[in-house]
Design a protein around this ligand. Structure first.
Ligand code: ADP
Ligand code: MG
Length: 212
């Protein structure tokens, strides 16, 4: 392991020891109370999921923890950093797999991942091996040079998961990541998590695979 790789693979514990701490998190949009004070804690290395019907506030909770929307109340800490006052530190340490795909159809899988690596400042010498590692994890290594527009829905999902892991985030957030995945795909969640190398650290899985 090079120096840079070992830096990317640092252990995962935030200064307070937990990967995620939500404390009375709230979010209101005018008269809609999207999230009404949710509290939970996710330990380092833990896979944590939450279930709820449409509109329950799952995506909004994730958005607050990912610093994409500011809470109306309460606090959130991710990898030891406050999601409001330490947004940059949080962003550097998280991976996101969201409901809507954000892949570029006109690029190959490898090109999509390289672009992401560039955005996240993954060191040049780490990108190649890391790309292979995450593509093998989701069984897309053989298809890496195909345009994403030739991928099935499930393959795109898997590629997004690979992308979410590419920069070795300490915490990975997935919002309904199984949409479009067959239950038997090699990337069915728990298998993914068990196969994921320990470099990854924490996984926060905010939706149950069977209900994705
Ligand atoms: N940007 C927004 N503006 C207004 N209301 C919103 C916005 N985002 C979410 N909501 C509302 O907040 C509630 C929770 O939504 P959401 O977090 O997407 O739920 P879930 O992901 O559990 O289906 C819903 O009533 C939704 O309509
Ligand atoms: Mg949602």
């Amino acid at each position: 392991m090079t120096q840079t790789e070992s830096q990317l693979a640092q252990p995962v514990v935030g200064s307070d020891g937990a990967a995620v701490v939500a404390s009375e998190l709230r979010k209101s949009y005018k008269d809609v109370e999207a999230v009404r004070g949710v509290s939970f804690e996710v330990a380092s290395g833990e896979i944590f999921g939450f279930l709820g019907p449409n509109g329950a506030g799952k995506s909004t909770t994730i958005a607050m923890l990912c610093t994409l929307t500011v809470p109306s109340g309460g606090t959130g800490r991710v990898a030891g950093f406050d999601v409001v006052t330490e947004q940059a530190q949080v962003r550097q340490r998280i991976g996101l797999v969201f409901q809507d795909t954000t892949l570029d159809d006109y690029l190959t899988a490898s090109e999509n991942l390289r672009f992401h690596a560039e955005l996240y400042g993954v060191p040049r010498e780490v990108v190649g091996p890391r790309l292979r590692q995450v593509l093998e994890l989701v069984d897309l290594w053989e298809r890496r040079d195909n345009l994403v527009q030739t991928y099935s829905g499930g393959m795109k999902r898997r590629l997004e998961i690979a992308r979410g892991l590419l920069h070795s985030p300490r915490v990975l957030f997935l919002d309904e990541p199984t949409v479009g995945l067959d239950p038997q795909t090699p990337v069915a969640h728990l298998e993914l998590h068990h196969r994921a190398p320990p470099a990854r650290g924490d996984h926060h899985l905010p939706h149950h695979p069977l209900h994705g």
